[in-house]
Design a protein around this ligand. Structure first.
Ligand code: HEM
Length: 274
């Protein structure tokens, strides 16, 4: 990355030349290893992708990027994905009170004896069962159901067939996560699939909620941290229950996995918690 010396009060002109009163400016724009810099519009597009909407056609500098952004148009990838992940996680925990209670106990033990209920950064690695529940929920209800790639060269498969250059391939994350050869009884919510013993020998490609390879999700650590904090603080204050008066939700796989009429849950305040 380049550096910006703000003492000089300089700015970019949207390209490569630092401009402003009294130049030349003590600015070197960020560069990659080939000396390519980001234009202001590139930076603005990245910020927009995070905050507002995805779906921009990517520049294709190396030819290996997805043909389109992995998230659909009008999907705020920084939060819609995490919102979907959290909603389905709450739904799954509401349907499995025993797992919900084990997560709650984990959090309560973590927070016991503290003055505040804040979750600290170090706490995030001390929630193994909650993490297993989050992963199992991302398996069962992956927020992003598929990703696409355009082949930039012929891709030979093991069985001798070839995917020709130029073909766009759609990889189903949902299908992978529900493949009974990889996940026995795939429709069952079982966080213990992700225990260290049960994870041994499993191909990393069988669990790909954040995709894989060079263009996988750059926000995945942040998303996992965010989900752990939200679930920990919610379970330490509320009991989650499914609303049996409503029909079970029907999955609505747009590019983000939603539920047809929303996911309705009942929240009961935990006794003795302010
Ligand atoms: C549970 C939450 C999330 C899930 C399931 C998720 C999933 C994904 C998936 C499947 C991809 C596609 C990668 C590919 O095509 O191989 C992706 C890309 C991306 N994600 Fe996420 N994501 C989540 C949260 C976030 C957050 C919180 C951010 C930002 C703060 C973020 C930023 C991005 C960006 C910028 C890309 C494009 C990366 C690239 O094309 O190089 N994501 N995400």
């Amino acid at each position: 990355m380049g550096s910006i010396d703000h003492r000089a009060g300089g700015q970019w002109d949207g390209g490569h030349r630092p401009v402003g009163p009294g130049g030349p400016w003590l600015i070197s724009p960020p560069q990659d290893e080939n000396g390519h810099t980001l234009l202001d519009e590139d930076i603005a597009a990245e910020a927009e992708t995070f905050m507002f909407e995805g779906g921009h056609e990517l520049p294709g500098a190396t030819g290996q990027e997805p043909l389109v952004s992995p998230h659909s148009p009008n999907v705020p990838i920084g939060h819609d994905t995490t919102a979907s992940g959290l909603a389905w996680l709450f739904y799954n925990l509401a349907g499995h009170p025993e797992h919900q209670e084990r997560c709650r106990q984990e959090v309560q033990e973590l927070l016991a004896g503290r003055d505040t209920a804040d979750i600290e950064w170090e706490d995030l690695s001390q929630m193994p069962f909650t993490t297993m529940c989050i992963k199992e929920s991302l398996r069962l209800h992956p927020p992003v159901t598929a990703v696409s790639r355009r082949c930039t060269e012929d891709i030979p498969l093991r069985d001798g067939r070839v995917i020709p250059k130029g073909v766009i391939c759609l990889m189903s994350i949902y299908g992978t996560h529900h493949n009974p050869d990889l996940w026995p009884e795939p429709e069952v919510f079982n966080p213990l699939r992700f225990s260290p013993e049960n994870s041994k020998g499993r191909s990393p490609s069988s669990f790909i909620p954040f995709s894989a390879g060079p263009r996988n999700c750059i926000g995945q650590s942040f998303a996992m941290a965010e989900m752990k904090v939200v679930v920990a603080l919610t379970l330490s204050r509320f009991v989650l229950r499914r609303d049996t008066a409503r029909p079970p939700p029907r999955r609505k796989p747009e590019l983000i996995l939603r539920a047809e009429n929303g996911l309705w849950l009942l929240l009961e305040p935990l006794l003795g918690v302010a």
